[in-house]
Design a protein. Structure first.
Length: 416
């Protein structure tokens, strides 16, 4: 029995929509693509100021791609993570470069890339292998467990913290703060009447302090970690400020940590639901890993969407013209199920060849900086599972985060 309301009653600003199952959401977006590919919604209430003009959702793959690669017409600087305008300071504090346009974006991405080198990445890869081996062997002893808490969450967290040089004693603190930043709309993380904004700001400030202290310490006592590399990286004689480092760290945590965790968690769910695919992958792990990982990211779409704002009256997109100031939500989740691009889009097919998935964003200046690392993390995560606990499977449905931004899995019961 379907529970989907008629299209004109759907409200993507209301939390009811984000409580629908993944299958029901897919059906809604399919109907939108066919009947109204840029549905318009009023904005949710803005705790920081007057309400804005509302927003359109891009539900088709081609439109998401076009907006991503045309930043002069569809910009990020007015806010890229959701429909609300939050002011430049909040945007940059929490989003760092993700909420910037050139030339600011280019400068920051360039500086960060100078630290985020192949050598740093290689270092992280070693940590990925190590962490995967350790965590998978612990699952064998446990027998039954929450897969998110015992495997999918600690793996990327350990890697990012290790890369940055954060001491292990701070991992739990870092996880808790990043859960608050991304989970604020979920009743498990915040109750009605809570000061959400205060909680999110508090979490951000806590992380910034941690990073500020570490950064200052590394300037005096350099090591070979990413924090040292970022503190000393130079581009045209310029360096990152302490504030920029703190904001980038918050971005790395929220962009690189929860996303990878959710891809791995959804991955186990998809493999459990599709035992034939699971068997195929097990029998030819290395051969199928590249396509399997793309397919997991496509269907998981851990980042549901990003926003762009139209810069120029008359900008063309999707066969119509837009006005400066129009807010567009680029739904990666919907684009990744567009039947014009993906054959049988709801099918989990680890051998899918033609898979231009946009889970890491579409090509353009903001394309995920961590895509390479994330692919490697997901590959190692499953390689170690198949190697050490080959009978692992989910024993229940994922508890899905109530969020319009992150397609999160809070808990996933599993057993070996
Ligand atoms: C499965 C895992 C991941 C997914 C699904 C994901 C997804 C995304 C998406 C959708 C964007 C925005 C693209 C856009 O606006 O056009 C993004 C940006 C970004 N991601 Fe990832 N990401 C993942 C893992 C990572 C990791 C592991 C890191 C770093 C360690 C990372 C770092 C970043 C950064 C720094 C940006 C901002 C780039 C910019 O604005 O120039 N991500 N990611």
């Amino acid at each position: 029995m379907t529970t989907i309301p008629p299209l004109d009653e759907i409200d993507l600003s209301g939390m009811e929509f984000w409580e629908l199952s993944q299958a029901d959401r897919a059906e809604v977006f399919k109907q939108f693509r066919a009947q109204d590919p840029f549905p318009f919604f009023e904005e949710p209430e803005n705790p920081l100021g007057p309400n804005g003009p509302g927003y359109y959702v891009l539900t088709r793959h081609a439109d998401v791609v076009h907006a991503s690669k045309t930043p002069e017409l569809f910009c990020s600087g007015q806010g890229a993570t959701g429909p609300l305008d939050q002011g430049e300071q909040v945007n940059e504090f929490f989003g760092s470069m993700i909420n910037m346009d050139d030339p600011k974006h280019k400068r920051l991405r360039g500086l960060v890339s100078a630290g985020f080198t192949p050598r740093q990445l290689e270092r992280a890869m070693d940590a990925v292998e190590q962490a995967g081996i350790e965590l998978a062997s612990q699952l064998r002893e446990k027998g039954e467990f929450d897969f998110v808490q015992d495997y999918a969450a600690p793996l990327p967290l350990k890697i990012i913290c290790d890369m940055m040089g954060i001491p292990e004693s701070q991992y739990a603190f870092v996880l808790e703060q990043s859960n608050i930043i991304l989970g604020a709309s979920d009743p498990d993380f915040a109750q009605e009447g809570d000061d959400l904004l205060g909680m999110v700001m508090g979490a951000g400030i806590g992380l910034a302090q941690l990073m500020g202290e570490l950064g200052a310490h590394r300037l005096e006592n350099p090591t070979d970690d990413l924090t040292t590399a970022l503190m000393t990286a130079e581009l045209d004689g310029e360096r990152l400020t302490e504030q920029e480092l703190a904001s980038f760290f918050i971005l790395l945590l929220v962009a690189g940590n929860e996303t990878t965790r959710n891809a791995i968690s959804w991955g186990l769910h998809f493999l459990t639901e599709n035992p034939d695919q699971r068997e195929r992958w097990r029998n030819d792990f290395d051969g199928l890993a590249p396509t399997a990982v793309e397919e997991i990211v496509r269907l998981a779409s851990p980042v549901i969407s990003m926003r762009r704002t139209v810069t120029t009256d008359g900008a063309e997109l999707g066969g119509r013209s837009w006005n400066a100031g129009d807010k567009l939500i680029l739904s990666y989740w919907a684009a990744n199920r567009d039947e014009a691009v993906f054959a049988d889009p709801l099918r989990f097919d680890i051998t899918r060849q033609d898979n231009p998935q946009v889970g890491f964003g579409a090509p353009g200046p903001h394309f995920c900086m961590g895509a390479h690392l994330a692919r490697r993390e997901i590959t190692v995560a499953f390689r170690e599972l198949f190697a050490q606990v080959p009978t692992i499977h989910a024993t229940g449905d994922p508890a899905v985060l109530r969020s319009s931004f992150i397609n999160g899995v809070k808990r996933l019961p599993a057993a070996v």
